[in-house]
Design a protein around this ligand. Structure first.
Ligand SMILES: NC(=O)c1ccc[n+]([C@@H]2O[C@H](COP(=O)([O-])OP(=O)(O)OC[C@H]3O[C@@H](n4cnc5c(N)ncnc54)[C@H](OP(=O)(O)O)[C@@H]3O)[C@@H](O)[C@H]2O)c1
Length: 272
């Protein structure tokens, strides 16, 4: 396995920032067999809730000088990254991969700190190994570092490369923010059921399990969403009556176009 071959206690992985996404990543790597002795975590908010005996440092300055990381993974909020990028050149002699998942932090900024860099956009289902990550590598990124970055992110679910960094803003708007759209849909279904007369607790339970079940069926069957939709829809039936509204003018497609366009615009504004 590439991850366990490349990352060893002599050439460890340094995870900088271990909040929600960082914890999900660390747990995924350990699940894949990463030796906890090969994991150093920098997290000022205290020791992250991970059982295995990794090395914890409150700040980058606290990482011992003899630690020669094979990879640095940055998972701090974008507004905290400037300070981190100022500090990481101290590891330059070890020639590590620099992998960042911070939204809107460009490859230009990453390679200004360490040359072999990858910028990735995961999503929150990474926490249960069901995420999807799209990533882009800087031209100067070494081949073996691209492979390692892919292995690190694939530990949390699906992974794909992009050739064009500009596409990452759209990825952010589709899959990065996407889980929130599904939760919003679940909430809207529950409220609509309540509005028609169901007790709220029952409407919530029906909506939640419907979204979970429909997603699981899509995953297990491998059938495209459009075909699954058609399978539920008999002409003149109840689903058809609803879809006439949902797929009509100013319907869900129109709304989703606007929503994804707004998120893409916001991601472009945050770039830099
Ligand atoms: N959540 C998502 O859906 C999602 C999806 C894709 C990408 N991302 C990206 O993932 C990154 C992390 O997001 P998150 O939701 O996991 O944020 P988070 O829960 O706030 O975690 C970030 C952690 O980094 C710590 N930190 C701050 N400054 C640090 C420093 N100098 N050195 C080391 N650690 C430091 C923070 O500690 P303090 O709280 O003490 O500051 C915090 O515990 C963001 O850049 C975000 O754009 C998130």
């Amino acid at each position: 396995m590439l991850l366990t071959q490349c990352i060893t206690s002599a050439r460890p992985l340094l995870l900088v920032g271990c909040g929600r996404m960082g914890t999900a990543l660390a747990r995924a790597w350990l699940r894949q067999g990463l030796d906890a002795q090969a994991l150093h975590i920098v997290e000022p908010a205290g020791r992250p809730p991970i059982d295995e005996p990794f090395a914890h440092h409150a700040q980058i300055a606290g990482v011992p000088q003899d630690v020669r990381p094979r990879a640095l993974v940055i998972a701090v909020k974008p507004q905290k990254i400037t300070a981190v990028l100022e500090e990481v050149p101290r590891f330059a002699a070890a020639e590590p991969l620099l992998l960042s998942i911070a939204a809107g932090v460009t490859l230009k900024r990453l390679t200004g700190a360490l040359p072999s860099a990858v910028r990735a956009m995961p999503n929150t289902p990474a926490a249960i190994g069901q995420g999807i990550t799209a990533a882009v590598a800087a031209p100067e990124t070494r081949e073996e570092d691209r492979d390692l970055a892919a292995a690190l992110m694939a530990a949390t679910g699906d992974f794909l490369w992009l050739d064009d960094e500009a596409l990452l803003d759209i990825v952010t708007a589709v899959s990065g923010s996407g889980p929130a759209y599904v939760y919003a849909l679940t909430e809207a279904m529950a409220y609509a059921g309540k509005a028609q007369g169901l007790p709220m607790a029952i409407a919530e339970r029906l909506a939640r399990k419907t979204v979970i079940g429909a997603a699981a069926l899509m995953a297990e069957s491998g059938v495209p969403a459009s075909v699954l939709r058609e399978q539920v829809t008999s002409p003149g039936g109840t689903t058809a009556a609803a879809l006439e509204i949902l797929r009509g003018e100013d319907g869900l497609e129109e709304l989703m176009m606007k929503a994804v366009a707004a998120a893409t615009r916001r991601s472009r504004e945050l770039d830099g």
